[in-house]
Write a protein that binds this ligand. Structure first.
Ligand code: NAI
Ligand code: MG
Length: 331
């Protein structure tokens, strides 16, 4: 496996080395290719990501990514959007499940669902015009884009409880009628049980009764918002991993950003990055290693080894050490 390692900015420089330490402890044959991207690079060179960087990324099987700080400059081109578009990573997957000994804001622990977000079109098309009196962004929904995300979601649903919820706003935006119709067609043809919900009502129901849901498929912006909201159910942004999957490449990153408020203090929670590594191992077919990483994280949390975002006093290094020690013992 050729793995691009992008630390990025802020706590990316702390949590990605933590995930790499865990990867090293597993003893897999991995070629690590460090790639510098982001705000720090932009400040230094005027470019956050170059054509050469894209070539290097495309030459790797997958990417482990930290976080990138977004500067206020309107000319700054988003590194994340560039990578998702250029490498055609159409599915953004965010599993939402409770972790042992961690209390979410609502104190619930009986939910386990996955948000499957279309990652290349919708309101993130980048086709927009900014004016003095009128500004607009084009919302693109295509049959092809809807079909492939629906197929991904159905495959995932079949490996779980086979219950799919299609989330849309087709009562107001007719473009969502295409998304809804295509998802229904695909789910019907794959034999997956499905219902649909309007996005506003879905937000309410996810907080009211998260245990009712299994796989949620939706368009780009709705998925972005619903998944960040769902992070509160789990307890800390520092716990949530994600995967961006394409036909040829994949990209794994914690849901959180570069957290400038705690960067450099050595107290960032490394679990989101370590669980992103777990998702990467699973994607690569390394199931026993993925399971071992999950076990090690669960064991550390159960022992009460937590960083300050979870009320603990351990540092990033100490948490990582606990996970790595477990892996070395059990391997
Ligand atoms: P953020 O996710 O960086 O931080 C939000 C809050 O959560 C902060 O109080 C932070 O300390 C805390 N937090 C986040 N991750 C944590 C961790 N692992 N351990 C402990 N506490 C953690 O979001 P914010 O502050 O809105 O954005 C900061 C910068 O990151 C911005 O420039 C933003 O554009 C960028 N960003 C980048 C993302 C990416 O690269 N994927 C995603 C989200 C934001
Ligand atoms: Mg977001």
């Amino acid at each position: 496996m050729r793995l691009a390692i992008v630390e990025g900015d802020g706590i990316g420089k702390e949590v990605i080395p933590a995930a790499v330490e865990v990867l090293d402890a597993l003893g897999l044959d991995v070629e690590k290719v460090p790639v510098e991207l982001g705000y720090g690079k932009w400040e230094r060179t005027g470019q956050a990501i170059t054509e050469d960087d894209l070539k290097v990324l495309k030459g790797c099987d997958c990417i482990l990514f930290g976080a990138i700080t977004t500067p206020p400059d309107p000319n700054y081109k988003s590194v994340l959007l560039t990578i998702r578009k250029e490498l055609d990573m159409y599915a953004n997957i965010r599993p939402i499940r409770p972790l042992p000994s961690v209390k979410g804001i609502l104190g619930r622990s009986n939910f386990n669902f996955v948000i499957v977000r279309e990652n290349t079109e919708g309101l993130y098309s980048g086709i927009e015009e900014i004016g003095q009196d009128i500004s607009w962004t084009k919302r693109i929904i295509t049959r092809k884009g809807s079909e492939r995300i629906a197929e991904y979601a159905c495959k995932l649903a079949k490996s779980r409880k086979s219950q799919l919820v299609i989330v849309h706003k087709s009562n107001v935006m007719k473009s969502d009628k295409l998304f809804l119709d295509v998802c229904r067609e695909v789910a019907g043809s794959k034999g997956v049980e499905y219902t649909d919900e309007l996005v506003d009502s879905m937000a309410y129901k996810l907080i009211r009764s998260p245990e009712r849901y299994d796989v949620i498929v939706t368009t780009n912006l709705f998925g972005d918002i619903l998944s960040d909201m769902s992070a509160a159910l789990v307890g800390s942004l520092g716990l949530l991993p994600s995967a961006n999957i394409g036909s040829r490449h994949a990209f794994f990153e914690p849901v959180h950003g570069s957290a400038p408020d705690i960067a450099g203090k050595g107290i960032a929670n490394p679990i989101a990055a370590i669980l992103s590594l777990r998702m990467m191992l699973e994607w690569y077919g390394k199931m026993p290693e993925a399971a071992l990483v999950e076990e090690a994280v669960d064991a550390a949390l159960t022992e009460g080894i937590t960083t300050p975002d979870l009320g603990g006093t351990y540092t990033t290094k100490e948490m990582t050490c606990a996970v790595v020690d477990y892996i070395r013992r059990e391997k």
